[in-house]
Design a protein around this ligand. Structure first.
Ligand code: NAP
Length: 326
């Protein structure tokens, strides 16, 4: 295994490559992965050196957590880092986002039961609600930390201002938000604040839902009912520009006898702004292949070449480094 990373100011440590499990039991999001394949996928990840498993209540309304809980039974719990999230309330029949202390406390208890574990390593507020003061919501998680039920506190899909409010007492350890080579503007404004306050960053959609694996061709087409036909990344002229940038990764991948996906994941692992990268997967063989990214050490020049190939996808005010604290 390569380096170990620490999550914020907490005692949680993990390998820098995790596994996103929104497809595992996540029938409401991805209908095609059956339970046996989902379980196998998680176990394959752990067997291949992945220690952090990223799940959430909303992935299958608890079913992803249940399957992750089943999968980890065969392994040493102490060596694993379980991250889960809550904020979605469907009890009225409609989706309501809630961060209030009563709801969040119940959510943590329910996640513990579904995961079949005594503690959750990282608990995220999945989305901000409109009403609860952010520091009060995080204060609830801090109380749960003091009770030993969670070990690190995270927020996800919070704006920079909301993160500042949430971290008023310095309790936030980690932020999870969208960020990838293709979407470097996402999360960019918050990086200096996170660095200055020792808050880790976990990017989601790191493979841009598969686009950054190099598996798509210029003549690939998608039927109208395929979600990809609606996504801006898959529409010309942006699609062609993305494939050109991905092509720049191929010689570097070849030099490491690696795939494009492994090389992209190695870029995130080397990126100093990123703590843990959590690619999702639909097949165990994808997880096993992705785990090999842990063995790829990109040189500084290779890292810069990949960075430069995706320059067009940075929409950041020039002259200011993402890592400079405000
Ligand atoms: N906090 C939040 O609000 C939030 C939001 C979204 C996601 N997340 C988390 O972030 C994780 C990652 O996001 P994501 O899974 O949606 O997107 P992603 O990591 O960008 O893409 C994963 C998809 O890429 C394809 N893929 C993965 N490895 C591959 C390989 N080696 N070769 C070819 N294709 C490969 C698979 O889809 P196909 O096989 O279908 O192409 C896989 O499902 C999630 O699982 C979830 O845990 C969090």
């Amino acid at each position: 295994m390569s380096k170990t990373v620490k999550i914020g100011k907490s005692e949680v440590t993990t390998s820098p490559l995790g596994l996103g499990t929104n497809a595992v039991g996540g029938y409401n999001l991805f209908p095609n992965l059956n339970d046996d394949d989902g379980l196998n996928l998680v176990k394959t990840g752990i067997e291949n050196g992945i220690t952090l498993l990223d799940t959430a209540y909303v992935y299958g309304l608890g079913h992803s957590e249940e399957l992750v809980g089943q999968a980890i039974k065969d392994f040493d719990r102490d060596k694993l880092v379980i991250a889960t999230k809550g904020a979605h309330d469907f009890s009225t029949g409609e989706q309501v986002i809630r961060n209030d202390p009563k709801f969040i406390t119940e959510q943590v208890e329910n996640s513990l039961k579904r995961l079949g574990t005594d503690y959750i390593d990282i608990y995220y507020l999945h989305f901000p609600d409109h009403d609860t003061p952010k520091a009060e919501a995080v204060g609830t998680l801090q109380k749960l930390r003091e009770q030993g039920k969670i070990r690190a506190i995270g927020v996800s899909n919070f704006s920079l201002d909301q993160i500042k409010e949430a971290n008023a007492d310095g309790f936030v350890d980690v932020v999870e938000d969208e960020f990838s080579l293709l979407h470097q503007d996402h999360g960019a404004d918050m990086m200096p604040y996170l660095k200055a306050h020792n808050i880790s960053f976990v990017p989601y959609f790191p493979l841009a839902s598969g686009l950054l694996t190099g598996k798509y061709k210029r003549d690939t087409t998608f039927p109208d009912d395929d979600i990809r036909s609606q996504i801006a990344d898959f529409k010309e002229p942006r699609y062609g520009k993305i494939l050109t940038a991905v092509d720049a990764i191929r010689p570097i991948a070849n030099a490491h006898h690696a795939t494009v996906a492994q090389t992209v994941l190695a870029w995130y692992i080397k990126n100093p702004l990123i703590s843990v990268v959590i690619p999702g997967a639909k097949k165990p063989e994808q997880v096993a292949a992705n785990a090999k990214a842990l063995d790829i050490a990109l040189s500084d020049a290779e890292y810069q070449t990949i960075d430069a190939a995706f320059d067009d996808f940075k929409h950041i005010t020039s002259g200011k480094s993402l890592a400079d604290p405000e």
